[in-house]
Structure formats: structure tokens, C-alpha cells
Design a protein around this ligand. Structure first.
Ligand SMILES: NC(=O)c1ccc[n+]([C@@H]2O[C@H](COP(=O)([O-])OP(=O)(O)OC[C@H]3O[C@@H](n4cnc5c(N)ncnc54)[C@H](O)[C@@H]3O)[C@@H](O)[C@H]2O)c1
Length: 312
């Protein structure tokens, strides 16, 4: 049985990953600091082959023996927050990765896990045309993506100099139940269900690629099981919608009119116009996403109503 030390496994994507990894027969040690973004509605305690450690990845002092992979989701993840106050981003997203690399380096070479690091399509910056491949250079545009790109550079340096084994996955924009309601779709559903108008930065025409968190995690596990050490893999869906179109899908699914549901606010500084990555390398491992945003939104709204105790 492979042993994974998953960091940030109480977060949005991490929680989908822990669930899937346990179902697939991995042993999971979940290390999470329980920030405001950690889910309080998931409970893996009591599941077989699962342990939880409440700890900050930037200050933890050891990695238990026998761990095959450190799967690093733990991060500050909300771009807006990174614009207003970025110390926590620096500490967790860069300092946390630095600490993990050093903890792996301190281990006996026979007991060194592979660092399986979760990065983002945002590290490439705006895709003016076409889609970025893994070979393209990193050109982050906001403090969040800058910390994610910096973490990747640490990993490359530690791998080259100290022989730390690593794989990096750069995922596109995830959606799904359990996301903290600062993120676009969770916020839209929560605001509209609470009778508030959703706020959209600028005109909302900037494009994102959308992937269901479970599809993303299936892709990550495909890379973990079949990918090559030392490689970078883009994980995406090819499903591109503007932010405004994604919000419109929710508004329409709720039977509302856009003018009653949306208010535009000044655009976010550093806004990227379009993210797009080519994920043929990951797809060559036999993985493909199964869900589309349009299909998932009614289910997303239903789950949200259930959470808020609103009758159908
Ligand atoms: N959400 C997306 O669309 C998306 C897209 C691409 C990549 N990513 C990356 O995926 C990862 C997970 O994103 P998410 O949206 O699930 O994030 P999230 O904010 O929902 O969850 C982050 C989790 O990490 C934990 N955490 C934060 N700092 C920590 C620290 N220093 N030590 C230990 N635990 C800590 C939090 O308590 C939380 O449970 C991040 O690395 C993010 O950069 C996210």
C-alpha cells in the first residue's frame, strides 16, 4: 500500500483528493493547518488507512517514515486576498514548499518521498493565443501566482542540486461543492440564494478553463501513478468560458434575470485576460475529464440548497 502525506487535505481540492485516494487504496496522512478555507463538512476520521495531523507546512519538523509521496495542496489560494495582504501567501506557498524540500533533503536517501506539487495554470500568465505547454516560461501576473511560480522554481533548484525527486501538476480553474464562498461559483450561488447580487470584476469577459475538482483529482492520480518523475503536467478540461458566462449559467439555472442578479465592480488589478493550457501530456496517460460545467451547475445548486437548508 502506497503511503501519501497529503497537505491541505481539508481544503477544497485536497478534500476531493483525499476521498479519492482512500477509495483507491492509498494510506493517507493529511496535514492541514485548518485555515479559514479548510472544510468543516468533511470528516475522514474513522476511515481506514487515514491519519490527520494539524500542522503548518512551513513550520512542521518532520515527515514520517515510509511516505512514498508528499502531495502538496496546502496553500493560500485566493487571488483577491493576495492583492490585499500577501504575507500568508509568502509563508505558506513559498516558505511551506521550502520547508518540505528541506525536510525531504534531511531524510536518509532510502526514505525520501517524491514531492508531488500542485501548481496552477496561472503561473504562465495571460494566454493571448493558443494554449501553454509545459515547456513555456512562467510569467505570473498577480501575487498569488507569483508565489506559486516561485515555489516551482525552488523545486527545480532543489531537484537539480540535491536530487530531490519531484513532479509538478499545473491545474486550471476548479469548481465543485465544498469550495470556500470567496471563489466565483460558490460565491455566486451563495449570494443569489441569500437574495444578494453577485459582484463581478470589470465586464467579466476574461476567459478561464473550468474543471470539476473530482476530474482534476482523477487526473492528478493518473499522473501520480503513471507519470514520470522530474516532469511537469498541465491538467485542464479544454472547457473555456468567460467569468461572466459562468455566472450567467448559474443565474439561468436559478431562473433569474442577469440585471437582478449581477453587479459589476472595478476590475481586479493584475487581472489576466485568459488562461489556457495544453494537457495532451496528461491525457496521454489515459485520463480525461468527464463532467462539464453546464451539466454540474444544477447539482451544485441543489447541494448548496441542501447545505443552507433551503427546500427545493
Ligand atoms: N482552486 C483552484 O481552482 C486551483 C486551481 C489550480 C491550482 N490550485 C492549487 O491547488 C491547491 C489547493 O487549492 P484549493 O482551492 O483547494 O485551496 P483552499 O484554499 O480551498 O484550501 C487550502 C487548504 O490548505 C490548508 N493550508 C493553507 N496553508 C497551510 C499551511 N501553511 N500549512 C498547512 N495547511 C495549510 C488550508 O487549511 C486549506 O485546508 C493550492 O495549492 C492551489 O494553489 C487551485
Amino acid at each position: 500500500m502506497k503511503k501519501l502525506l497529503v497537505t491541505g487535505g481539508l481544503g477544497f481540492i485536497g478534500s476531493y483528493f483525499v476521498d479519492l485516494a482512500l477509495k483507491r487504496g492509498f494510506y493517507v496522512i493529511n496535514v492541514d493547518k485548518k485555515t479559514y478555507a479548510a472544510r468543516t463538512d468533511v470528516d475522514f476520521d474513522g476511515r481506514d488507512h487515514y491519519e490527520f495531523i494539524e500542522e503548518d507546512i512551513s513550520t512542521m519538523t518532520h515527515i514520517p517514515p515510509g511516505v512514498d509521496y508528499v502531495v502538496n495542496f496546502a496553500a493560500e489560494s485566493h487571488v483577491d486576498n493576495s492583492i490585499h495582504a500577501n504575507e500568508a501567501f509568502y509563508n505558506s506557498n513559498i516558505g511551506g514548499v521550502y520547508n518540505i524540500l528541506e525536510l525531504i533533503r534531511a531524510k536518509d536517501e532510502t526514505d525520501r518521498p517524491i514531492l508531488f506539487h500542485i501548481s496552477t495554470d496561472e503561473v504562465y500568465g495571460t494566454a493571448h493565443a493558443g494554449s501553454f505547454t509545459e515547456e513555456d516560461k512562467l510569467l505570473p501576473s498577480n501575487p498569488y501566482s507569483a508565489t506559486k511560480a516561485a515555489a516551482e522554481q525552488l523545486i527545480f533548484g532543489w531537484r537539480h542540486t540535491h536530487g530531490i525527486k519531484a513532479i509538478i501538476c499545473r491545474s486550471c480553474n476548479n469548481y465543485g461543492f465544498g469550495q470556500y464562498p470567496e471563489k466565483l461559483l460558490a460565491k455566486t450561488i451563495e449570494f443569489l440564494l441569500n437574495g444578494k447580487k453577485m459582484t463581478v470584476h470589470g465586464d467579466g469577459t476574461y476567459l478561464r478553463e473550468w474543471i470539476y475538482a473530482e476530474d482534476n483529482c482523477e487526473g492528478l492520480l493518473a499522473v501520480l501513478e503513471k507519470g514520470e518523475e522530474g516532469q511537469v503536467y498541465n491538467i485542464s478540461s479544454g472547457e473555456e468560458h468567460s467569468v461572466m458566462d459562468a455566472v450567467r449559467m448559474v443565474v439561468e439555472a436559478m431562473g433569474m434575470k442577469e440585471e437582478d442578479a449581477v453587479v459589476h465592480i472595478p476590475n481586479r488589478p493584475g487581472q489576466d485576460l485568459r488562461y489556457s493550457v495544453d494537457c495532451s501530456k496528461a491525457r496521454a496517460l489515459g485520463w480525461a475529464p468527464k463532467t462539464t460545467l453546464k451539466e454540474y451547475i444544477p447539482e451544485y445548486i441543489r447541494l448548496y440548497k441542501e447545505k443552507l437548508g433551503i427546500a427545493e
